[in-house]
Design a protein around this ligand. Structure first.
Ligand SMILES: [Zn+2]
Length: 100
């Protein structure tokens, strides 16, 4: 009986490890390219005038030191970056943003 309980516990442990690995893989798959991420960061820096203490979640949307691009605020700025990247390469858009 004890062996059976240990086996069940081990299977549960492996399931938890698998779920964590799958979440990590999904984060890697959905991560934006470095150029798009940089453009989204620049857009946020230039456009967001909210308080970062209690009005904008940008600084709180992090996990293990990494930006959470599927979180509300990051996703919003990433979508803006993606729309702008359809018009011009992200590097060109960033140069334009620095001028205006
Ligand atoms: Zn902000």
């Amino acid at each position: 009986m004890k062996d059976r309980l240990q086996q069940v516990a081990r299977v549960e442990e492996l399931r938890a490890e698998l779920a964590a690995a799958e979440a990590e893989l999904e984060a890697i798959r959905t991560a934006p390219s470095p150029a798009l991420a940089h453009l989204a960061i620049t857009l946020h820096r230039k456009q967001c005038h909210l308080s970062h203490d209690d009005r904008c979640a940008w600084d709180y949307e992090r996990e293990n030191g990494e930006a959470k691009w599927d979180a509300y605020t990051h996703k919003r700025y990433l979508e803006k970056a993606e729309r702008l990247a359809l018009i011009a390469p992200p590097g060109v858009v960033e140069q334009l943003l620095e001028v205006i």
